[in-house]
Design a protein around this ligand. Structure first.
Ligand SMILES: *Cc1c(COP(=O)(O)O)cnc(C)c1O
Length: 377
């Protein structure tokens, strides 16, 4: 075993999470496994393989680059491209794929895609309150009118919720749902019927069965993580107490050096930690380059032999020091758990998020692509 650090992905966990989501959906609703951004740090191709085997209907990505990497391995699988494609007009040969479902915001893009041979599916994004991609109101009406008058094609219509994860009461999301229904009616008024309609990400899929429409786009919870504590509480309060998620990722490293330093020694850059007693220190070969947040300096723990070991001093670019004074049997070569379970102890992406003032999404997504992935069957 020569890896300095690695990720283990649980096939059983991803299957269980997908199965739990499938159970929330009507049989006609498609389940998209959102694996953009290196599958939230889990590894694009590794996660694609797991999600494909576990029965996802589509892959959801942000970029055309990601879609092409997947296409090389899955010649006919449906891939939803959710971000904008810069320079689309010059990339028609790359997007000419009948199983690419591309979300666009403007008539110009609809025109380019309609003229592709073969043409991908074209889904129009509607902005119902995110102020990101898509249009609403007069701009949306003008877009429909242009698409109609030029005889262009539309296959789908989509929106995205802005704050489902952030609240317990869902007034804003309810308004977004209403706006989306209006946009659908407007599309129908212009003669665009039988569009594939979609709105939900993880939280909204769990909380708003009425918004599932034809397809849902599940990202964070595919990986066994809750979109937020509010979402978890809301689902619980709504009576779905048995819905559970299993974390897919464990992040590991191993001890490469051990030493004992005397009382009053300083540890690491900036000498930000001083020992108050003789201290046994383990060095692990993971730092902020590998994606360990530097805000975990003097402020986080890893697991060694099922026990919690505090991070001492500042996290370095490629190394971190741990206090293993109380873990007498720790040796060079021992596996250290950064995220995941070791015996009775567990450190979750949510723990890291709480310690570093961010969200679990960012914790896993920041794990460097360079960290090797292994599949745990
Ligand atoms: C990332 C993304 C999702 C998935 O969101 P989760 O909260 O991770 O489930 C869904 N839809 C769009 C448009 C996205 O960009």
């Amino acid at each position: 075993m020569k890896d300095r650090t690695w990720i283990e992905l649980s096939r059983a966990a991803i299957s269980a999470n997908l199965k739990n989501f499938r159970a929330l959906l009507s049989p006609k609703t498609l389940l998209t496994a959102v694996i953009k951004s290196n599958a939230y740090g889990h590894g694009l191709l590794e996660t694609a393989e797991l999600a494909h085997k576990a029965g996802a209907d589509l892959f959801g990505v942000n970029s055309l680059e990601e879609a092409k990497l997947l296409r090389a391995k899955y010649p006919e699988f449906k891939i939803l491209i959710m971000g904008e494609v810069p320079g689309l007009a010059e990339r028609t040969s790359e997007v000419s794929d009948p199983n690419f479902w591309i979300i666009v915001s403007r008539t110009e893009e609809v025109r380019i895609l309609t003229n592709c041979k073969p043409s991908p599916q074209i889904h129009l994004k509607v902005d119902t309150g995110m102020a990101r991609l898509g249009f609403f109101g007069a701009d949306l009406e003008r877009t429909f009118s242009e698409i109609k008058s030029e005889g262009l094609r539309l296959d789908g219509i989509a929106t995205h919720f802005a704050s489902t994860e952030d609240v317990l009461e869902q007034k804003y999301s309810k308004e977004q749902m209403k706006s989306f229904s209006e946009a659908i009616l407007l599309a129908e008024k212009f003669g665009f019927k039988n569009l594939v309609k979609h709105a939900c990400a993880s939280a909204s899929t769990m909380l708003f069965p009425e918004a599932h429409y034809d397809l849902v786009r599940v990202g964070i919870s595919l990986y066994g993580l809750w979109p937020s504590l509010q979402t978890r509480l809301s689902l619980h309060l709504s009576g779905k107490k048995d819905f559970n998620l299993s974390p897919v990722l464990s992040w590991k490293t191993r001890i490469v050096h051990i030493k004992t330093v005397p009382e009053d020694s300083f540890v690491g850059y900036g000498s930000t930690y001083q020992t108050s007693a003789p201290t046994r220190i383990a060095v692990v070969p993971v730092g902020y380059y590998e994606g360990l947040d530097r805000k975990l300096s003097n402020n986080g723990v890893m697991l060694v032999k099922g026990k919690r070991a505090k991070i001492l001093g500042r996290i370095c670019m490629n190394m971190t020091m741990l206090d293993i004074t109380h873990i007498h049997d720790a040796e060079i070569g021992d596996v250290v758990t950064i995220l995941g379970k070791d015996r009775e102890e567990e450190i979750s992406a949510d723990d890291h998020a709480n310690w570093t003032y961010t969200i679990n999404y960012e914790v896993t997504t920041r794990i460097s692509e360079s960290v090797p992935k292994k599949i745990a069957e």
